[in-house]
Design a protein around this ligand. Structure first.
Ligand SMILES: *[C@@H]1O[C@H](CO)[C@@H](O)[C@H](O)[C@H]1NC(C)=O
Ligand SMILES: *[C@@H]1O[C@H](CO)[C@@H](O)[C@H](O)[C@H]1NC(C)=O
Ligand SMILES: *[C@@H]1O[C@H](CO)[C@@H](O)[C@H](O)[C@H]1NC(C)=O
Ligand SMILES: *[C@@H]1O[C@H](CO)[C@@H](O)[C@H](O)[C@H]1NC(C)=O
Ligand SMILES: [Cu+2]
Length: 586
């Protein structure tokens, strides 16, 4: 008891020290460290399935004034406000997107874009002097001298010029008061030249992404093209085509969002943790029934927005998911799956046919262990995502799932002009054995770019995980596809060689990557922007640095500064610092 008290006092002391370093950007009067028990108690006190699933407001990124979609300019701000997550929970302070503080929502409004119609968005920062969540100045972080919350928006899955990509170094504070070294413009332009599909926008500020997303800076972005999509006949319209953004959050009893600010190695990183899983359920997951789902087909665009949690989703009444798209692109033909494994930031576009249900209710449940794949099974609280109440009578349904969806360019591994080894390392504190930081290819983000593909070409990347986690790899701009996943043999020898030489070829990768081949699931065989990289495996991905729907070059210059990045999408890894530059050349 006494010992525990002392630990807490020490934690506080460390935190105050951080506050001293961080000046005005420190969290407000920090809440006491909460125990797992307390958080579970708060989560358990929220009655499940009482609040209806919300429809987020839509903002149109085009105008139909002349009878056809024409470009518009939008201004979207980031605001601090109070947000009611659940009937039984006091309102929480959040950072959220909206066209005004009054209309801002968690998640932010869904931006509706038209394929082929460019959209300009001026992103504005109205956030206060101090963050609502703790952050760690000892990982590479945007730290403004005069306070404020640095943010910069990245459109995940978007093919757009580097100046509009939301470089981690292009952050800015309220009123553009302070700007990061790569800041160049308040207005970002999204060409929307890519295939129709679902994307999402979120903060990408250096070292703050995990805290800024946890606070609420995320929203969906859908590109549509009726001429291409209507003939497919999939469920459509606001009611039957829905975006589901999954997230996990824990709360204090007063409604504040919880973030663990005791570092894994507090003497090195006072706050940073290798994997910051929320203990409790997100009320969006726990508390939301889908009101009276009609007995017909629905299309759900499921986006995983949690920091580190994987979701292995299935429906309790046994209905399968018919997967029609993965990340932003359609599959070439539908794939049926009884469960889908969604990593951080991964997206699945699925159709569920409730007319086939033999029950009047179905729960969407998550069975993925966390950390994935070696961790604990989810409990009753965080294993339940939402519940569908299914109407008794069959509803009229003109939709269908066609045998063929959309075709894109072929994988064509043989077209690759370059092969690269991408190796994920985790470093540990010798004393505690806890992770201190993670790097790709043993290099910091700030080290000169080594991945410099030529625009318009195809490359093969052999991605090797030398850590214990499954890392969802995300490339900005490029689309890629896993073609082979192969086990590594004699891994200890390989690992120790890599620790010495950091060179896959000299470490005889071809003699180690000869283990069992793991099949890539049918529903993941599409052009993706996030691919799960399994521990102890080498995943071969084919990367295209051009438009994969048409095979044409990017309709913009992809080579200027500040370039792009590629990174692990576990936000705690990305922030410290599993992220590297991706610099296209002519
Ligand atoms: C917060 O993190 C610390 C250090 O990893 C851990 O000991 C503690 O159990 C965590 N607290 C909760 C509530 O998970
Ligand atoms: C979402 O991604 C997070 C990591 O970003 C991961 O921990 C979580 O399991 C994923 N959830 C789903 C449903 O995929
Ligand atoms: C996901 O859950 C299903 C049961 O719903 C199970 O059969 C499957 O093994 C799980 N997959 C993973 C990768 O955990
Ligand atoms: C790689 O393999 C060759 C031939 O099998 C061997 O001579 C060499 O020592 C190996 N290199 C390392 C670093 O293990
Ligand atoms: Cu990772």
């Amino acid at each position: 008891m006494q010992l525990e008290m002392r630990t807490k006092v020490m934690e506080l002391a460390v935190l105050l020290l951080v506050a001293g370093v961080a000046g005005a950007t420190r969290p407000p009067s920090s809440p006491p460290p909460a125990s797992e028990e307390t958080l579970q108690k708060v989560a358990g006190s929220l009655e499940m399935y009482v609040d209806e699933l919300p429809q987020m407001p839509k903002i149109y990124g085009f105008s139909m004034r002349y009878g056809h979609p024409t470009p518009v300019r939008l201004t979207i701000g980031m605001y601090q406000k109070k947000w009611k997550f659940h009937r039984d929970l006091p309102a929480s302070t959040v950072f959220v997107f909206g066209t005004s503080a009054a209309t801002a929502t968690f998640p932010g409004p869904t931006i509706e874009a038209a394929q082929g119609v460019p959209l300009s968005v001026t992103w504005q920062n109205y956030l206060p002097a101090r963050h609502i969540l703790p952050w760690d100045p000892t990982v590479p972080t945007a730290i403004p001298r005069r306070g404020g919350v640095p943010t910069v928006v990245h459109l995940h899955g978007g093919a757009h010029p580097p100046q509009s990509d939301g470089s981690a170094f292009a952050w800015f504070t309220a009123g553009f008061g302070e700007k990061g070294p790569a800041w160049s413009t308040p207005t970002y332009t999204y060409p929307n030249a890519q295939s129709p599909g679902v994307l999402w926008y979120h903060d990408h500020a250096l070292g703050l992404t995990r805290a800024n997303l946890l606070a609420g800076l995320l929203g969906a972005y859908v590109i549509r093209n009726p001429a291409v999509e209507a003939p497919l006949g999939l469920p459509c319209g606001d009611e039957f085509d829905r975006v589901l953004m999954l997230a996990d959050r824990s709360f204090y009893a007063d409604g504040s969002i919880y973030m663990n600010y005791t570092g894994d190695n507090p003497n090195i990183h006072p706050q940073w943790q290798a994997e910051d899983f929320r203990e409790g359920p997100h009320p969006h997951r726990q508390g939301r029934p889908f009101p009276a789902a009609a007995r017909r087909r629905y299309r759900f665009r499921i986006i995983n927005t949690s920091n580190a949690r994987f979701f292995n989703l299935s429906l309790t009444n046994g209905l399968p998911f018919t997967v029609v798209g993965s990340d932003t692109n359609y599959l070439s033909k539908p794939a049926t799956a009884s469960n889908i494994l969604v990593s951080v930031a991964e997206t699945f576009d699925v159709v569920v046919d409730f007319s086939e249900s033999t029950t009047s209710e179905a729960e969407l449940v998550n069975t993925a262990p966390y950390p994935y794949p070696g961790g604990d099974a989810p409990n009753d609280l965080n294993g339940k995502v939402m519940k569908f109440l299914i109407a008794p009578a069959k509803a009229r349904d003109d939709s269908r799932v066609p045998a063929k969806l959309l075709d894109y360019v072929a994988v064509a591994e043989e077209d690759a002009v370059q092969k690269r080894y991408i190796v994920m390392y985790e470093y540990e504190d010798a004393a505690t054995g806890n992770p201190t930081h993670l790097y790709i290819n043993g290099k910091r983000l700030g080290a000169p770019a080594t991945e410099t593909p030529r625009a318009g070409t195809t490359e093969v990347w052999e991605v090797i995980n030398l850590t214990q986690d499954n890392h969802p790899l995300h490339l900005h701009l490029a689309s890629f596809q896993a073609v082979r996943v192969r086990g590594l043999v004699d891994i200890d020898a390989f690992k120790s060689c890599m620790a010495r030489l950091n060179d896959a070829v000299r470490c005889n990768v071809s003699q180690h990557a000869v283990g069992e081949e793991v099949a890539v699931p049918e529903h993941e065989k599409g052009w993706k922007n996030v691919v799960k990289i399994a521990p102890s495996h080498m995943t071969t991905i084919v990367v295209k640095f051009f438009m994969v729907d048409s095979g044409k070059p990017y309709p913009f210059d992809a080579t200027p500064e500040p370039g792009y990045v590629y990174h692990c999408h576990i936000l705690d890894h990305e922030d410290n610092a599993m992220i590297r530059p991706l610099k296209l050349i002519k």
